[in-house]
Design a protein around this ligand. Structure first.
Ligand code: ZN
Length: 268
């Protein structure tokens, strides 16, 4: 039986920054599982004992199958662990990041998030955005393998964005509804039908429709259709839409990578 597996975010980050796995070879005889990221550890692959700071013990999502082992990559994404792990672990803990196959980019500013949404890189990638101090998300961040099922870790929220739906359906429909609302209210506002969208606290992307939206839609059948499109949006898609549809548009800015295969955090 072939084993179904995929790359986890700590391995993606360590490989993007050019690190080799750390620890000692797992001698098996059966594969075990990484306590933090859930990566299978096969006989012969690097592993170490899971000795974790107490702050990790309570984390929801940790504790895969009662394992007491870490894969060769998770120690590298921790602060002060692994031979060269500190710069990588520090960065991933203190900075919002987009981890791609060959580079890790900062995602601390809205101009970078808009760049990501407009110029989404080829998968695989993982994104971690903190919503509170001392959130360490890389080990539980999902890895995106398909633009139509992008998954971003924003605090404890996991956002799903279907890129085709976002740009092909949601943004055009939201813009038309925003226009109808603007006409009704007689003043400029963000070109979408929401009164508020949660950006920084859970549940991220949850939004409240403008209280006068039904009045704005009236009996126009195409606006009713637009409204039903908007109702199908996930929290992730609403969150992304909120960044892309502003009264004063956010101009995208290409971020400089923090790490590549040849660059190990010298900007820290
Ligand atoms: Zn791991």
């Amino acid at each position: 039986m072939s084993e179904v597996t995929w790359i986890r975010a700590p391995e993606l980050a360590a490989r993007a920054a050019g690190y080799e796995p750390v620890g000692v070879p797992w001698i098996g005889p059966e594969p075990t599982t990484c306590y933090l990221c859930g990566r299978p550890i096969r006989p012969g692959e690097m592993h170490s004992e899971a000795k974790l700071p107490s702050s990790f013990v309570d984390q929801p999502g940790a504790g895969w199958g009662g394992s007491h082992h870490l894969c060769g990559f998770c120690p590298l994404v921790f602060k002060r662990q692994g031979p060269d792990g500190a710069p990588l672990g520090n960065t991933l803990q203190k900075t919002n990041t987009l981890v791609c196959k060959d580079a890790i980019y900062p995602m601390n500013k809205n101009v970078h998030l808009v760049w990501f949404l407009l110029h989404t890189p080829e998968p695989p990638f993982a994104m971690c955005i903190t919503t509170a101090k001392s959130q360490h998300l890389i080990w539980k961040a999902p890895v995106t393998l398909d633009h139509e099922a992008m998954q971003l870790q924003v605090g404890d929220s996991r956002l799903l964005i279907r890129r085709g739906f976002l740009f092909g359906q949601l943004i055009p429909a939201a813009t038309r509804l925003g226009g109808a609302l603007e006409k009704l209210l007689g003043r400029k506002r963000a070109p979408h039908p929401f009164a508020s969208i949660r950006n920084n606290d859970a549940p991220v992307g949850a939004a409240t429709m403008h209280p006068r939206i039904m009045e704005a839609v009236g009996d126009d059948p195409s606006l009713h259709e637009d409204l039903s499109v908007v109702m199908q949006a996930t929290n992730g898609e609403t969150w992304a839409m909120g960044l892309l549809l502003r009264q004063n548009a956010i101009e995208p800015e290409t971020p400089d990578p923090l790490f590549t295969h040849d660059k190990k955090g010298d900007k820290q």
